[in-house]
Design a protein around this ligand. Structure first.
Ligand SMILES: [Fe+2]
Length: 381
């Protein structure tokens, strides 16, 4: 028997001005905590959000400016303030890091007895303790179009130098508000890098071993939208920004269910080199060529190719390379020196080999093959 699942916990609210939905939710609550990026404050959206909460006659407090790569130490440092305020609703207004922090805060606020190391994990060879039922609802309002954190069940946090994952449907947001006014504030580079991440989410989710016809449907739609609209979105076209924003959440729904693969394992462990989406875009063609030893992966890539108006898996690889070139994606060797790259290669390869997402890749690579892939990407072979 083969039994598969597809779930979406999050209610999605979308459209121009949909930020005002905050008021409808806040009406049922009395103390609302908002995490906001500095950029959302500067562009006036934090103020607007706080006004909706006040209109709903709830008390509001804001924590502004979350570190770019948030750590558990940071979460711990803000917990006393949060426990004192005692929110009964949490709102995250910003990029993936802001949403990830809010998710982690929800865990340790609702279940203070939990120890970080018991519930967080780094390797596919260990099994963390499950996160218990949590009560404080979370509204995620993404200002960038990429990470999919507004629907996903994961939060990535550093402790020391190590990146851990918290994964549970308990931390998937109750609501995701997709107001296209917010991503229109993204600088061009952020729009490009996060949009490239969406493309990789779609392609990887479509080709994992956990893909279902349901995750396929959203993955394909996301891929088609990004392929068509990302170049215009980078040029600040308003309609394009909106379409890529929705595509990001669709791809998030796809990978929440179908998970991701080797490309993300490689980019996660190379995060010290460049932004996440950019690394994914660089690694993707190499990972696809590697995965093509699997008949399943070849068939799936060819299906994507046909959806985009091409024919074969190999053609799709070429299309991806051209897309990267058109968007000005640099070579890996332009982002890091050979000496530095080689000095960290063994460590990166070993860590990537342990990455939990390898379990869903259509081909299981050896640690040696992972190292080869990193090298090919660096030397552009
Ligand atoms: Fe990603």
């Amino acid at each position: 028997m083969l039994m598969q699942f597809f779930s979406l916990k999050t209610r999605i609210i979308l459209g121009e001005g949909s930020l005002s939905y905050i008021k409808s939710v806040a009406k049922k609550h009395s103390r609302v905590l908002i995490f906001s990026s500095k950029s959302m404050r500067v562009h006036g959206f934090l103020n607007e959000a706080m006004n909706y909460v006040e209109d709903a006659e709830a008390e509001v407090e804001a924590i502004i400016g979350v570190p770019a790569e948030p750590s558990y130490e940071y979460v711990e440092s803000i917990m006393p303030k949060i426990r004192e305020f005692q929110p009964d609703l949490i709102i995250a207004l910003g990029g993936g890091s802001v949403i990830d922090v809010a998710k982690a805060v929800k865990v340790f606020y609702d279940a203070p007895e939990l120890k970080f190391e018991e519930v967080a994990f780094i390797s596919r060879f260990e099994k963390p303790k499950p996160i218990p039922k949590l009560k404080t609802p979370l509204i995620a309002i993404p200002s960038t179009s990429g990470a999919g954190s507004e629907v996903s069940a994961a939060s990535v946090l550093k402790k020391g130098d190590i990146k851990y994952n918290l994964v549970s449907f308990e931390i998937a947001p109750e609501f995701a508000i997709l107001d296209p006014r917010l991503p229109r504030t993204m600088p061009k580079e952020v729009a490009r890098n996060s949009g490239l991440d969406v493309l990789v989410h779609g392609i990887e989710a479509y080709t994992t071993t956990a893909a279902t016809p349901f995750s396929d449907a959203v993955a394909i739609k996301a891929i088609k939208l990004v392929y068509k609209w990302l170049p215009l979105s980078v040029q600040r076209d308003e309609k394009a920004r909106e379409n890529v924003h929705y595509a990001a959440t669709m791809a998030g729904i796809a990978f929440l269910n179908a998970r991701l693969g080797l490309c993300h394992s490689l980019s996660h462990k190379a995060a010290w080199i460049a932004p996440h989406g950019l690394l994914n875009a660089i690694f993707l063609p190499y990972v696809m060529e590697f995965n093509m030893r699997s008949e399943y992966a070849r068939k799936r890539y060819a299906e994507i190719a046909r959806e985009l108006g091409f024919n074969t898996a190999q053609e799709l690889v070429e299309v991806i390379k051209e897309f990267n070139e058109m968007l000005g994606v640099p070579k890996l060797s332009e982002l890091v020196s050979e000496d530095e790259f080689l000095s960290k290669l063994d460590e990166m390869s070993e860590k990537a080999y342990h990455d939990p997402l390898i379990n869903f890749n259509p081909v299981e690579p050896s640690a040696e093959e992972i190292k080869e892939l990193y090298k090919r990407a660096f030397y552009g072979e």
